[in-house]
Every structure is written in structure tokens, then in C-alpha cells.
Design a protein around this ligand. Sequence first.
Ligand code: DQA
Length: 149
Amino acid sequence: MGDKAYILVLNGPNLNLLGKRQPEIYGSRTLDDILADLRSHFAARIRIADFQSNSEDRLITWIQDYGFDEHCLGIVLNAGAYTHTSLAIADAIAAVPAPVVEVHLSNIFARESVRHTSYIAPVCAGSISGFGEDSYFLAVEALLRKKHR
Ligand code: DQA
């Protein structure tokens, strides 16, 4: 793994509200708290870049822009509610060579039935759901294992 290698963590709509958004479901820590812990946990092994947007358009553009970068080992994606609606994000994931790991803080299969369908799961390398912020750690760990790339 070269010095330029990195993993991109993308967060979609409403994940900027972590910490104050339904803490009984999503926990009390902010996205910045989680990302800081993620970076320090993996500091010796991989660089972590991240973006968050409430816009489907921006998420697709980041997948397109970074998904072809040879230094991008993979993308960890919490697409928020777009998970359950966006064929366009699924198409972007399918279009790029970088493996994408779908993550959710909550267990989407233990919630309302509308959340049981993921448009992106079939085109992702794998999905991790229900482990709170640990879902992100497990996704990065999976991408660091060469066989999942
Ligand atoms: C989520 C689950 C989605 O159903 C929801 O719309 C979110 C967050 C999660 O991390 O648990 O915004 O992706």
C-alpha cells in the first residue's frame, strides 16, 4: 500500500445531524467525533478522506471522481435514506472500479419495512448495518483486507 493510498468515507443526507438527530437510534456522538476516532484508530494503516452532503448529486459526483482513482482503496458509504430510493447512486457505484461498502449505524432490517430495501446493496462489495459507529470501523477493516478489494 503506497503512501498515497486512502479510503474515502461518504455520508449522505441528515448524517450531518448526528449527535442531535434521534440519539436513541443514531447515538449521541457527532459525525466529526466518529471521523476523528476513525482517523486516529487507522492512522498507522491508512489515510481516511471524507465528505458529507445532503445532495444526491454531490454523492454521485464524489463516487465518480474518486471511484476511478487508483489510490482510492475503496469507499465506505452511508447513503442515509438514499439507500432506499436511489437507483442513480447504485448506477454510480456499479460504474466505478473502487469497491464500495454500504454502512448503516442502525440495523435497517429491524426498522420500518421501507428501510428493508437497499438499492445499493447489490452493487456493493458488502453491507454492514446495526453496529452504531462501529459499522464504519468494520467497513474500513474489510477494505483493508485485500480479498475484499
Ligand atoms: C441510516 C439508515 C437509513 O434508513 C436512514 O435513512 C439514515 C441513516 C443509518 O445509518 O442507520 O439516514 O443510513
